[in-house]
Write a new protein. Structure first.
Lengths: 566, 760
């Protein structure tokens, strides 16, 4: 069979997403109003179809054999479908939350057909809005499967570029354009940084594909040039995950964009960033999966990452503590959560420490990151969605604590959802945020007991993480306290957007549910997603990588040796 | 095993009842139903108990025994694994291994004779009291809350007596404590009730502390808290079971015990004493023994059915149950103590029991509170039970527990009727000649008083004799110790006091010239179904639902002794014999004779297995023969205590019925001692000075420290993130170029750091 077609066959979910985006563009400009109104439904349909395809694709290849082909260059074959499924699921909730956003714009309303006036397709960008959402989500999915530096760069930009436009067009106010411009310029600058890092990696190895780079590094060791390249790439990608020192934009951009778009920004680029970081860091560490012995990240990288993690969580939390405006509070808190997740990257997969460390259910750092992404996504999206569900009496967005005061009395349902989401963000049982934090801390604890030269770092970051959780409780619980015990401002009304409301409720419900017994399923599947192949499955991997030399960057196969979790 | 499969539902039916009653709180119109829901739930529990226990009571089925021994094993019914910690987990295969080194507790129930006896008491008496309470509480605004707490209490109490491990037992233990708190404080607008509830709760914490420590030590020694593991292991250590017969957890527990004995200093195995001592402290708290008895008299602030059920018949006997259940642990320490001629916790149990009995009995002599007299009498009777336990006769103790539940419930409920009739008056000095108004209540209480006083052939007579005879047997004869002899004499003195104060109360209230003062409680307004007005005259209680359960209790108080008495007194009657054996099987988990045998061998300092085995062989259902003054010990005690009881009753009639001027003269004769008794030995005042006030001072000092040091530190620490945030806020200027600069500086800083790290 044609090699190109062979590779393309693995990309069916992405193809479906692209087709869905095109369908959104068409539907948004349809001459029939009912079809225009159905644009979000088209987007949701595309997401569902893509999810089904994610399940089907590995099996569609008759010759596919998970035992022989670990497919991911780190051997983390299960990670790709896990990330795709999580992104699609959260994407569905995000589309639900976002529905109604472009429809509320003056220009779009004006474009609609009215008495004596025809529909003005040129003024209506409903279709673009949802199409961009799908494009961006496709970018994340491609990041997850990327096995080449160029591919990864393109996927990252595919994730980010639509978000700039989404931010700009989401509100009628200049603040939205301001935020988009800031986001774009700073994003471009960060792209320059990590692209420079990619260039240095190429300089050091002469390769762009991950598999061969890993093999090269194993043979020749990590040269300073290589390390510098990786560090610059990591720092550049820190923009995507809103980590220090690239965090400055976060609050301004998040505040300026319409709240549903903020929810999108808080989850989607962050996921892309973390998935890319797993790939980039895998070039120089966690070696077992590519035939070598298990290794930690290079020592300088461990210190740098630990520093970035601690600074990120601290900066996010102390700034969040000072804020009066809800969206800025949540924006800073999203910085802090990136800091927590970096701890998981620092630890790496459990194979690194398995030989010497204590081996518990929760000792896999990468699985913890994957789990926490979902946990954080659900909680943060539902909290933003609650804010998006309300507005002030004059139609402007809810901004300060005072606006939320006493909302329990008139919006009991929304305040319940808000309570669940902030409690989950604090990390209290019985919600999924608690399990996520436990997972991260558990992995760091396991690494701490491994007894390597850098082992002292792990207890330190755990202490920082716990202290930061305490600080974060200061503002999260303030939100809940204000909403439940404050004096009703009487200024807020609930928007008539049932889809958005249900999006919030589903996210919060999932956060509640996954914090209980069903959470085991997510723990299990994240474990499997981040599990290196069994030793006897490895030889095939090297063989496969040799063949892959001059093929285009491939979206690698979907399931690892462990059956694909979803 | 269908009976036991059903029996595991007993607590849960009560829990369901509690939930339903709780829901009825919100429906004022349906509040009246709450009482019957509660009664139904308890009655269902009673029915299930009967169904489960009947095969054993009738003798159709025996508990399985360990081979070559008379020791029965309880049946364990496990609902679910409850707590499972430790052991190692293999991430590859998902298998758990080495669980015997972890901490594992099942949510399971343990059935043997003792459990059934306790279940009969809890559900049977509980059902009767609940029926009475339906009438007593009628018209009270919080009636649904009351019955919710009652049903919850039954849930907790049945869990306590059915638990198959110490942790679950502790859960029930705390549950009954909570319900006791809720029910004492039922009239939450009364300051005294609230204070009493808090007092009960706090004093019980002291006991619970001991219980918890005992539990920890148990786990340390045995690595398990399941009765089915611990008790056989100890019995094997005592030589009652062949260790090779043990299996599973029991075998592991035995090995652990053996190892502990190897490694610790064998001459002073303090753990032998520590475990029973700590458990004993817990039992003393719950069962109101010196020095933790002070809460029980105050607890009478709750509604009278609560006093009857929780603070007389069931909850306060939980301590007796605990020791009876863990008897082998106590015997282990006891045997060692006897061997080295020192005192063991069991001696302490006996001594505290006897002293408490006498002490509380003397306070009851001068108490003028209708319920207070019975409260002190309960403390006193509980003291008897502990004396029985301490004399190694847990059968007698549990027997007394059962009969006491009958007659004390009867007494409290009749007292409740009097109180009800007088609209809350409790001071007996304001009462007299009530018999004319309440003839049925008069005779009901008379019967209860007879039983409490130990009048011949009432229930209390048989059970009290069992205890006193057990103490006397240990105190006389060839191997007798003066220690038990003294305690037995204390017990006899208490018996006299009991007879006297009981009939003092009865004579004052029901005989003599009619006088009464109505109280100010109107807890049954006009809707109380008997359509009278409390403001006028006292009245008899309606037969249903109030007097009918009392009649059942009356029968129990008079006849339970015949039903449960030792078989030799009731020749040829199968049922009582069987009941007694059921109780014996349970409480004699370490049989008394076994203990005797142990002490014999210890005394003669020659371990004589043949002797011990002989003792086991003749152990069983024939009583051991021990003679005092040419008579069988039991018969001797019966005659003696009959004389004492009748003397006490006679004296009471003389003082309070025939010639009412005598008490004043007697009181004057004793002078200051009478005053001391009236003030209850100033114990509350003593505790106030010795414990409460110092604690107050300490806590005030600590409060200042807390404010100045802890609070200030916490607030100071809290300022730190705020200040850091305030500084960092300056970086968030909102200017694009500023952000870009910041990012570049960050990249440069990272590059610099990397450079430094690479060139270290």
């Amino acid at each position: 069979m044609n090699v190109f077609m062979d590779k393309l066959a693995l990309l069916w979910p992405e193809v479906a997403m692209m087709l869905g985006a095109v369908a959104c563009l068409l539907a948004g400009l349809s001459s029939r109003q009912s079809l225009r109104k159905a644009t979000p439904a088209v987007a949701m349909l595309a997401l569902v179809v893509a999810a089904v395809l994610v399940r089907l694709v590995p099996n569609a290849q008759g010759a596919y054999d998970p035992g022989v082909d670990p497919s991911h260059f780190l051997g983390l074959g299960g990670m790709v479908p896990f990330v795709k499924m999580s992104v699609l699921a959260l994407g569905l909730i995000l589309v639900m939350v976002a529905s109604g956003t472009p429809e509320a714009l003056r220009q779009v309303i004006a474009a609609e057909a009215k008495e004596g006036k025809a529909f003005e397709p040129g003024d209506c960008f409903r279709g673009e809005f949802y199409a961009f959402m799908l494009f961006s989500l496709t970018g994340v999915m491609l990041c997850a499967g990327a096995s080449d530096l160029v591919w990864l760069f393109l996927a990252l930009e595919l994730t980010s570029l639509p978000t700039y436009v989404m931010a700009a067009t989401s509100r009628d106010k200049p603040a939205a354009q301001e935020s988009a411009v800031k986001y774009f310029f700073l994003g471009a600058m960060s792209a320059a940084v990590f692209l420079y890092g990619f260039a240095l990696i190429y300089t050091a190895t002469g390769l762009t594909e991950f598999g061969p780079i890993v093999a090269y590094v194993e043979q020749n060791g990590v040269s300073p040039m290589m390390l510098t390249g990786v560090v610059l790439a990591v720092v550049g990608i820190c923009f995507k995950i809103a980590a220090v020192p690239m965090h400055f934009y976060t609050a301004d951009v998040y505040e300026g964009a319409a709240t549903p778009v903020t929810a999108f920004l808080a989850f989607v680029p962050k996921t892309a960033g973390f998935v890319s970081l797993i790939g980039i860091l895998g070039l120089v560490g966690w070696g077992e999966s590519h035939g070598g012995t298990a290794s930690e990240l290079p020592e300088p990288l461990v210190y740098l990452l630990a520093l970035i993690a601690v600074l990120t969580m601290t900066v996010g939390n102390v700034l969040g503590l000072m804020q009066q405006r809800i969206k800025r509070v949540l924006a800073y808190s999203s910085i802090a959560h990136s800091g927590y997740m970096l701890v998981g990257l620092l630890v790496g997969p459990e194979a690194v420490h398995a030989a010497t460390g204590s081996n518990t259910l929760l000792s896999n750092g990468l699985a913890a990151v994957l789990f926490y992404l979902v946990a954080y996504g659900l909680s943060t999206v539902s909290s933003f969605a609650v804010v998006a569900c309300m507005s002030r009496a004059d139609g402007s967005e809810v901004e300060t604590y005072d606006d939320l005061a006493g909302m329990r009395q008139r919006h009991p349902f929304l305040s319940g959802v808000l309570l669940v989401s902030v409690i989950s963000l604090v990390g209290l049982p019985p919600l999924v945020g608690f399990l996520g934090k436990l997972y991260l801390i558990g992995s760091a604890y396991a690494a701490a007991s491994a007894g390597s030269a850098t082992a002292w770092v792990y207890p330190a970051v755990v202490v920082a993480m716990v202290l930061n959780s305490a600080i974060s409780a200061g503002y999260y619980l303030r939100i809940a306290a204000v909403a439940f015990f404050g004096t009703d401002s009487g200024q807020t009304v609930e928007l008539d957007l049932p889809t958005r409301r249900w999006g919030a409720a589903i996210a919060a419900g999932a956060a509640l549910l996954l914090g209980g017994l069903p959470g085991n399923l997510l723990v299990e599947s994240s474990r499997k997603a981040a599990e290196p192949p069994l030793p006897n499955a490895v030889p095939g991997a090297t063989l496969d990588r040799q063949n892959a030399d001059d093929t285009p960057p491939r979206e690698t196969a979907e399931a690892g040796p462990a059956s694909a979790p979803h | 095993m269908t009976g036991l499969e059903l029996a595991k539902l007993i607590p849960w039916i009560a829990a369901l009842g509690a939930v339903v009653c709780g829901l009825l709180c919100a429906r004022p119109a349906l509040k009246g139903l709450a009482g019957w829901v509660c009664v139904l739930a308890i009655a269902a529990g009673f029915g299930l108990t009967c169904a489960a226990a009947m095969p054993w009571v009738t003798g159709d089925q025996h508990f399985e025994t360990f081979d070559h021994s008379e020791i029965t094993r309880g049946e364990v019914v496990t609902l679910a694994r409850w707590i499972s910690v430790g052991g190692s987990y293999d991430t590859q295969t998902g298998e758990q291994t080495g669980m015997e080194h972890g901490f594992n507790v099942d949510f399971g129930y343990y059935f043997d004779g003792l459990t059934f006896v306790m279940l009969f008491v809890v559900c049977g008496i509980g059902m009767l009291i609940a029926v009475y309470a339906v009438g007593y509480m009628r018209g009270d605004p919080g009636v649904a809350r009351f019955f919710a707490a009652m049903a919850l209490f039954i849930f907790a109490m049945t869990t306590l007596v059915m638990a198959d491990n110490l942790v679950l037992l502790f859960l029930g233990w705390e549950g009954v404590g909570l319900c006791s708190y809720l029910l004492i404080g039922y009239y939450y607008s009364k300051d005294t009730a609230v204070a009493a509830a808090k007092k009960a709760f706090i004093v019980n914490r002291i006991g619970d502390f001991g219980f918890l420590i005992g539990m920890f030590l148990c786990f340390q020694v045995f690595g398990s808290l399941q009765f089915a593991d611990i008790l056989p292991a100890v019995q094997a250590k005592l030589g009652l079971i062949d260790p090779y017969l043990l299996t599973g957890g029991a075998a592991i527990a035995y090995e652990r015990l053996y190892e502990v004995l190897q490694t610790t200093n064998a001459s002073s195995p303090w753990l032998f004493y520590a475990i029973p001592f700590c458990l004993m402290v817990g039992a003393f708290g719950k069962s109101a023994q010196i020095p933790l008895f002070v809460w029980l008299p105050d607890a009478m602030a709750g509604p009278t059915p609560v006093s009857a059920l929780v603070h007389a018949a069931t909850m306060v006997t939980a301590g007796v149950y605990l020791i009876a259940r863990c008897m082998p642990l106590f015997v282990l320490g006891h045997e060692h103590a006897v061997a080295v001629s020192s005192l063991s916790p069991l001696h302490l149990v006996a001594a505290v029991g006897a002293v408490t009995a006498l002490f509380a009995g003397t306070i009851a002599l001068t108490n003028n509170d209708l319920k207070g007299v019975f409260a002190y009498s309960t403390v006193s009777q509980l003291g008897y039970m502990f004396l029985g336990l301490g004399a190694l006769s847990s059968t007698a103790a549990v027997f007394h527990l059962v009969t006491h539940a009958f007659f004390k419930a009867l007494l409290f409920l009749t007292a409740g009727s009097v109180m009800h009739a007088l609209a809350g008056t409790l001071d007996i000095r304001k009462m007299g000649g009530m018999g004319k108004h309440m003839p049925v209540t008069k005779w009901l209480m008379f019967a209860g008083c007879l039983a409490l006083a130990g009048f011949p052939f009432t229930a209390g007579f048989f059970s009290k004799d069992e205890i006193l005879a057990a103490a006397m047997i240990k105190g006389t004869g060839d191997h007798g110790s003066w220690f038990y002899l003294v305690l037995a004499i204390l017990g006899l003195a208490t018996a006299f006091l009991t007879a006297f104060y009981t009939f003092r109360l009865w004579c004052i209230v029901f005989t003599g010239e009619t006088r009464y003062e109505m109280g100010d409680e109107h807890h049954s307004e006009d809707d109380d179904g008997h359509g009278d007005h409390h403001a006028h005259t006292p009245h008899e209680m309606p037969f249903w639902p109030m007097n009918a359960p009392l009649v059942v209790l009356l029968i129990g108080a008079l006849a339970a002794g015949f039903l449960l008495a030792p078989p030799k007194m009731l020749v040829g009657d199968a049922l009582p014999q069987r009941m007694h054996i059921a109780m014996h099987e349970s409480s004699a988990y370490i049989p008394e004779q076994g203990a005797h045998a142990g002490s014999h061998t210890a005394d003669t300092a020659q371990p004589d297995d043949a002797h011990a085995e002989e003792a086991h062989a003749d152990h069983g259902h024939t009583e051991h023969h021990h003679e005092i003054a040419g008579l069988d010990a039991h018969l001797f005690m019966m005659i003696l205590s009959s004389i004492i009881a009748i003397a006490g009753i006679g004296l009471a009639f003389l003082f309070y019925s025939v010639n009412r001027s005598l008490p004043a003269k007697a009181a004057a004769a004793f002078g200051s001692f009478t005053q001391t008794l009236r003030e209850k030995y100033y114990i509350d005042e003593f505790y106030d000075r010795a414990v409460v006030q110092p604690l107050n001072v300490i806590s005030q000092v600590l409060f200042v420290v807390d404010q100045l040091v802890v609070h200030a530190t916490v607030m100071g620490v809290g300022l730190l993130p705020g200040n850091v945030g305030r500084q960092l806020r300056r970086t968030q200027t909102g200017k694009l170029q500023g952000y870009g600069l910041g990012m570049l500086v960050g990249v440069a800083a990272v590059a610099l750091l990397l450079f430094l790290l690479l060139n270290r």
